[in-house]
Each structure stands twice: as C-alpha cells, then as structure tokens.
Write a protein that binds this ligand. Structure first.
Ligand SMILES: [Zn+2]
Length: 249
C-alpha cells in the first residue's frame, strides 16, 4: 500500500511540476492571468477617454449657459470630451470637458497622461453645472475650458469663448492682477494660494507635470505672464488662434 501511495504522490508531484512549468512558460510569453486582467483594466480605462461631437443631449445642457444665445462660435467647432481623473485621495472620477475641435486630441492626450500618472485633479465638470458662473466653478476647484464670452468692450471672442484655453485646479491656482492699485483675485477664495513659494496641494509651477504636458502640446501658461498671473490657465498662443479664426477681431 505504501508503495502505491508513493507512486500516486510522485505522479501528482510530476503533474504539479509540469503545470508550474507550463504556467511559467506562459508567463514568459506575457500572457499570464494577472497580465490579462491588468490589460483588460487598462483597456477599460482607455474606453473612458473619448471625443464626440456636441450631441443634442449635451447641447441642451449647455445652451443658454456656456453656449450663450449670442454665441458666435459654431456648435460644430466644439467637441465633448469624456475622461477619467483621480483626486488627491487617489479616488477615480469621470470627467467631462468641452473644447475646440482644433485641440480636442491634444487635451484628451494630456488628460489621459495626467490620469495615468495619478496627477490629482479634483473635478472636471462642465461649467454649465455652475450655470456657467466662472467664480462659482473656480471656488469649487473645477477644471474646465469652454465658456462663451466676448473680451470686455469688444466683439472679440475670448480664448475660453473659443474653447482654446483650459483651466486646471482653479481654486489652488488663482488669477490675479493689479488694476488701479487694487488687487483682483479670481476666485476670491483663492487668496491663500497667491503665495507660490508656499507648499500646498494642486499647485501648478514649472516642475509640474500639468505644466510640462500642456506646454509640450503648444499651450502657453498664464503663470508665465508678467502683467498678470493666471496660474490655472493654459491657452493656445494668439498667433495660432488668429490663423484658425482670422475674423475674430
Ligand atoms: Zn483660464
């Protein structure tokens, strides 16, 4: 009896060894179960990054808000982006952004790379969720792009109005300018973050991945301006905008 058991045990061991070897062989081909699972997760995340024309459903959400009734930019020039992003706690969220079709691929690529690098972005919502009120959106640290408006006292459409500028983590990266000796801060609750030497979350500076990716894709950073600072803001340079929209004067 002992002998028979020994034979069975030996056979079982050989089988186990054989199995291990074949599993090992499979792994070296890069197709183990865990690899398959992680590549499935990657492609699932990948599917969450896409660009669409402005559907009727989206248009209904933005008309009369970011897409003002006097909007001179054709709806056809805009694209809807769906993305994923992670917040400071590493939690994953879905995001929505509307940008100009000229930069849709670039912005999608930038947001995908930021997601893959676990770069924290708190919210990426349409500004329409704040009734297209920039101040409210910024106080909520929302990241967004398109919001139609003319530059004050002109018939020129602003870069956000063309969907050619993107604001990221807006509360922690405020806009500021001194006008007639008075300092303007937007959002007003962003005042504690005007000290760019201080250490705080979501801060954009020259070492920042967000800065690197946007500038690599041809955007200009508002933090580099001299007469004012707009730390949240990345835009397409004016010469390029004039080429795309020559009648915007
Ligand atoms: Zn901006």
């Amino acid at each position: 009896m002992k002998k028979a058991i020994a034979v069975i045990v030996a056979a079982a061991l050989a089988c186990a060894a054989g199995f291990a070897l074949s599993a090992c062989g499979q792994q070296s081909n890069g197709s183990s179960a865990s690899d398959a699972e992680s590549s499935a997760a990657t492609s699932q995340a990948e599917e969450q990054f896409y660009i669409e024309p402005i559907s009727d459903e989206v248009f209904e959400r933005i008309y009369g808000k970011s897409f003002k009734e006097d909007c001179t930019l054709p709806r056809e020039d805009l694209r809807y982006l769906h993305v994923l992003h992670v917040d400071l706690n590493g939690e994953e969220h879905e995001g929505e952004m509307i940008v100009n079709y000229h930069i849709a691929d670039d912005v999608l690529d930038i947001l995908r790379q930021l997601y893959e690098a676990n770069y924290p972005i708190e919210k990426i919502r349409l500004v329409d969720e704040y009734d297209a009120d920039d101040e409210r959106s910024m106080e909520d640290n929302n990241s967004s792009s398109f919001n139609f408006r003319f530059i004050s006292h002109t018939t020129r459409v602003s870069k956000h109005g063309l969907g050619l500028a993107v604001d990221i983590n807006t509360l922690y990266n405020p806009y500021t300018k001194v006008v007639d000796g008075e300092r303007i801060i937007e959002p007003i609750t962003g005042e504690p973050y005007l000290d760019r030497e201080a250490d705080f979350p979501y801060k954009i500076d020259h070492e920042d991945l967000c800065y690197k990716l946007f500038t690599e894709h041809g955007f200009e950073w508002g933090g580099d301006w001299e007469d004012r600072k707009d730390y949240q803001h990345f835009e397409i340079p004016t010469a390029q905008v004039e080429e795309w929209y020559p009648s915007n004067e």
